[in-house]
Write a protein that binds this ligand. Structure first.
Ligand code: SF4
Length: 357
């Protein structure tokens, strides 16, 4: 019979519970092996053969398998997207981004199969929502990408499929494993969680940690337009969101990233720039401009979405500059493999539409 419990997403404290009556040092040994990328009890050479056999009979380590791997190279770097098959057959995707200039490697992780948020510019949002991932399914994406990277990953962004703050409990457990000092000890300062704007979740993160960086996918600071582009904006109006961001910033003192996906002829007007300038006021924030990555079939109010032109972007940047806003423009990576921002799920994913909001 296949195992029902998988150990990859468990902290040493949780392992101790599950492995009872094994002593704490055994749980720590096993945690260390798993954190080092070992996916079979046979390779845990400091455990006796009989213990390895017993563990193999009771538990699995990884609950998912890699189903496909897709690469894309450009001047600005490489992207490798993997698709993972979960134990119930659901599919999720994760991406390894390598910066061509700095050489830094970033793992982009998913937290849900599909997404209930339904942002109109996002492929994942168009798939509907299947289910939340559990801790092991999130951690395993990191392990697989780490193996592809040949060991070193510099940053983690939780910006893949799904809205992380709607699955905060399992995300917290996964980050606890990845940042645990008995294992990978990955720095929390090098992890960014990106939300489409769940005010309550932002406050929860501020109150209970785990002290990672925060990015808000704002898209536009014009409330009327945001409501039409991002359905979750209805429950999370901009003043509420800004209050939550200020609260978060007061608690952990970190600069916040505001992401603005630029949609050609939709949210790049002078009015949009002015609204963004006013939203940023009072926050220590940097705006990350993300020219929309094309996804076939996505439209807004009857018109197909399109990439913004270079002049359109430049004019928008000029307006931000005049308003004193700090901003960067994200270089495109991963577009060829459908691994760029907003493109995940282009392999399908088996997600079913489900009424959520
Ligand atoms: S942008 Fe993020 S939150 Fe919005 S639909 Fe896509 S995955 Fe979900």
């Amino acid at each position: 019979m296949p195992p029902e419990l998988f150990l990859s997403g468990l902290s040493p404290e949780e392992l101790l519970d599950v492995l009872s009556p094994l002593p704490a040092f055994r749980a720590n040994q096993i945690f260390k092996w798993i954190s080092g990328g070992v996916s079979s009890f046979d390779d845990m050479t400091d455990l006796s053969l009989s213990l390895r056999r017993e563990l193999s009979g009771r538990f699995g380590i990884y609950s998912s398998t890699v189903d496909g791997r897709f690469g894309d190279a450009s001047d600005s770097g490489n992207a490798e997207k993997i698709s993972l098959r979960l134990r119930d057959g659901a599919m999720v995707e994760a991406v390894l981004l390598s910066d061509g200039f700095s050489g830094r490697k970033t793992a982009c992780l998913s937290t849900q199969a599909g997404c209930p948020a339904g942002c109109v510019f996002c492929k994942t949002g168009s798939l509907g929502f299947l289910r939340n991932l559990d801790s092991s399914e999130i951690v395993e994406q990191f392990f697989y990408l780490k193996a592809i990277a040949g060991g070193g990953i510099d940053n983690i962004v939780v910006m893949g499929m799904g809205e992380p703050l709607l699955n905060l409990g399992e995300l917290r457990r996964a980050l606890r494993v990845i940042t645990h000092k008995k294992g990978l000890n990955f720095s929390k300062r090098r992890i960014t969680v990106s939300t489409c704007g769940i005010a309550e979740g932002i406050r929860d993160l501020a109150d209970k940690g785990p002290g990672v960086r925060l990015a808000l996918s704002l898209c536009t600071a014009r409330e009327d337009l945001r409501l039409r582009l991002m359905p979750l904006a209805r429950q999370n109006p901009l003043p509420r969101l800004k209050d939550a961001l200020s609260y978060h910033q007061k608690k952990n003192g970190q600069r916040i990233t505001l992401e603005a996906v630029l949609l050609g002829n939709v949210n790049t007007t002078r009015e949009d720039a002015a609204a963004l300038v006013s939203f940023v006021r009072g926050l220590d924030a940097v705006v990350n401009l993300i020219p929309w990555n094309p996804v076939e079939g996505l439209s807004f109010e009857g018109k197909p979405l399109r990439e913004p032109g270079e002049k359109e972007i430049k004019d928008f940047e000029k307006n931000l500059e005049n308003g004193g806003v700090k901003f960067t423009r994200r270089r495109r990576k991963g577009g060829e493999v459908g691994g760029a921002c907003g493109q995940l799920g282009s392999l399908g994913g088996g997600a079913k539409k489900e009424e959520f909001l």
